[in-house]
Design a protein around this ligand. Structure first.
Ligand SMILES: Nc1nc2c(ncn2[C@@H]2O[C@H](COP(=O)(O)OP(=O)(O)O)[C@@H](O)[C@H]2O)c(=O)[nH]1
Ligand SMILES: [Mg+2]
Length: 251
């Protein structure tokens, strides 16, 4: 609990056996009420590791749904647990859980309902091991997306995100993609509801055991995020109706 707010960490996990423990140990547990881990039908021992660590809420998909599908289960469970503030932490140890208190307090203060951990705000992305091609693509896509979406985020591609309960309840998560582009659709949904997104500087960490989107998935993702921004632009300017943004709220 933080000032009476229930804090829930959600971990969308896929083959995270080797990095789950180090990630879990870095969580400031006195800040966090519940941890939810959803195993996306991993082929390694992610599930056993989660049980061994004593994670209370472990859910398992019987087939691999993908990163977006995994998050849908994560948020549904967090809302069921009456979370007030929900933080997604990837279990591959690429984003430090040490920022949880900073992100939580920005939301709790009522200043912003959504907070992203940004690797681009500082100068450390390349030093932290982000491959040059990913860095350049991140910058180019972010530039185009800011223009199309009329925003000023430093990156649209971080996987470190915290949400207020109200935001998750307001947006229709079920309509989103089951794949990586889900994260970008979330951004479109959040902005379309008129919310602002805060950013905190987050160290970049790429290392051997970390999981990263592959080349083919990266290409699909890049076109996917451009598609999201173009549709958002057209929708917001009344030139086209985008079903994702048009749907009445439900969660
Ligand atoms: N690749 C992949 N990751 C998944 C899936 N379901 C959940 N995840 C988790 O989603 C996180 C993000 O994926 P990752 O491959 O690390 O992408 P990155 O954002 O490029 O680092 C990881 O921590 C995975 O454990 C899935 O079906 N595929
Ligand atoms: Mg990763």
């Amino acid at each position: 609990m933080y000032n009476g707010k229930k804090i829930v960490v959600v971990m969308p996990a896929y083959n995270a056996e080797r990095t789950l423990e180090i990630t879990y140990n870095e969580i400031p547990h006195h800040w966090v009420d519940d941890i939810v881990l959803v195993d996306d039908n991993s082929s390694d021992n992610t599930l056993q590791m989660a049980e061994q660590l004593g994670i209370k809420h472990i859910l398992k998909h019987n087939k691999n749904l993908g990163y977006g599908g995994n998050q849908k289960t994560c948020y549904r469970k967090a809302l069921e647990l009456n979370a007030d503030i929900i933080i997604m932490v990837h279990p591959d140890y690429q984003y430090t859980p040490k920022l949880i208190p900073a992100m939580v307090s920005i939301i709790e203060s009522g200043l912003y309902p959504v907070v992203f951990g940004s690797r681009i705000l500082s100068n450390g992305a390349l030093k932290g091991g982000m491959p040059l091609v990913k860095y350049v693509l991140n910058r180019i896509l972010t530039f185009i997306q800011n223009l199309l979406m009329g925003q000023k985020l430093s990156e649209y591609h971080t996987g470190y995100r915290a949400y207020s309960r109200e935001v998750l309840e307001q947006i229709n998560l079920t309509k989103g993609s089951d794949n990586f582009v889900f994260d970008n659709e979330m951004i479109a949904l959040i902005f379309s509801k008129g919310h602002e997104i805060a950013e905190v500087t987050c160290p970049t960490r790429y290392f051997t055991d970390a999981s990263s989107i592959g080349f083919k998935e990266g290409i699909i993702y890049s076109f996917g995020v451009l598609n999201v921004s173009i549709r958002y632009f057209l929708h917001q300017n009344g030139l086209m109706k985008w079903k994702l943004l048009k749907e009445p709220s439900s969660s």
